[in-house]
Design a protein around this ligand. Structure first.
Ligand code: BJW
Ligand code: ZN
Length: 287
């Protein structure tokens, strides 16, 4: 196991099919709390228990307030240097050819729902270069009755929920919002739910992901994820199974030395742009 930037870049130069697998740590520097591990954990409630079909069936008012709060946090956040590094290599053939001249593909698979990796892309980006959002997107809504699925960036998502984000932030008990005052479907009037993947639900784009991870990928960068949630937690092993290389970027040591080829322990917003040799190529925030 090496932490050597030069050795990693030598592997990067030979790689043909590169995957970045991202988790909550990718967005930590943007102010989005992670679920587990060090740094910015959700403190006032059990986020994992709220991110489930059972919690939504039991108390849609509480779950919608949780997601409304997180939508507001995500809206206010801006992509950090790690999002930008990934976006640059996903969209610029010239930059990709400079750092990874053999690369035929470079694709982000993200478990994050915060939309920040999409916001880091230039506006002209074709959909084919967009990240694969395997756990959905917090700005998507799905009807619980009909087949409506839509993007919704409204703030607040409905008047009945307006202002509750301040209570969540302060850890105050949340109000009970009546079902008819929660987000409703514009087509059939039924209750909407957040367009994210909860435990026990099928992750999205799994066939496409499996094809990349099981067969093609010869280098996977595992960025800011605890790798405790399946199936994403298995992807590194699946790449190793066909002799691909694994590089981990995490603020904590998360893997045993003999399990991965490179482990960069530190904030990914610093280690990832450096490892990918794009530090001087990133557009600063606000430009
Ligand atoms: C930094 C940093 C910095 C901090 N720089 N690093 C096989 C075996 C066992 C169980 C299963 C299995 N297959 C499926 C299961 C069950 C289940 C599961 O995995 N359970 C486990 C708990 C064991 N999986 C599922 O149910 C999945 N569904 C499925 O497989 O269905 C099969 C199916 C097929 C067909 C029909 C039906 C079903 C679905 C999983 C959905 C996960 N959903 C959530 C919520 C999404 C919506 C929301 O955001 O609210 O996804 S849970 C939550 O965890 C969220 C995250 O995407 C996910 C992963 O978390 P992540 O990203 O790793 O974050 P953290 O917080 O855990 O880690 C952050 C890391 O960053 C830490 O390591 C820090 O150190 C680090 N860090 N700052 C670098 N600056
Ligand atoms: Zn509907």
């Amino acid at each position: 196991m090496a932490v050597d930037y030069d050795a990693f870049r030598a592997v990067l130069r030979e790689a043909k099919h590169i995957i970045v697998l991202a988790g909550a740590g990718l967005s930590a520097a943007s102010g989005i709390p992670t679920f587990r591990g060090s740094g910015g954990l959700w403190r006032t409630f059990d986020a994992i228990k709220l991110a489930s079909p059972e919690a939504f069936a039991d108390n849609p008012s509480r779950v919608w307030q949780f997601y409304h709060y997180r939508r507001e946090v995500a809206r206010a956040a801006v992509p950090n240097a790690a999002h930008k590094a990934i976006a640059l290599l996903s969209t610029s053939p010239e930059e990709l050819a400079r750092v990874a001249p053999c690369a035929q593909t470079f694709r982000l698979i993200t478990q994050n729902v915060d939309n920040l990796s999409i916001r880091a892309l230039p506006s002209s980006t074709p959909i084919s270069a967009y990240p694969i959002e395997m756990h959905g997107n917090i700005f998507r809504v799905m009807c619980t009755e009909c087949d409506l699925v839509a993007l919704n960036f409204d703030s607040p998502i409905c008047q009945g929920i307006a202002g509750t984000e301040a209570l969540f932030k302060d850890g105050e008990p949340e109000p009970q919002i009546e079902l008819e005052d929660l987000p409703r479907c514009q087509e059939c009037g039924a209750l909407l739910r957040p367009g994210v993947v909860w435990f026990g639900e099928a992750v999205e784009h799994l066939d496409e992901i499996n094809e990349m991870v099981e067969e093609l990928c010869d280098l996977i960068l595992v960025v800011g994820t605890s790798s405790t949630v399946m199936p994403a937690g298995m992807f590194a092993d699946m790449v190793k199974d066909h002799d691909g290389k694994v590089a981990v970027f995490n603020i904590e040591k998360t893997w045993a030395d003999d399990e991965v080829d490179f482990e960069f322990v530190g904030p990914c917003e610093e280690t990832l742009p450096r490892a990918l040799d794009v530090v001087d190529r990133l557009v600063p925030s606000g430009c």
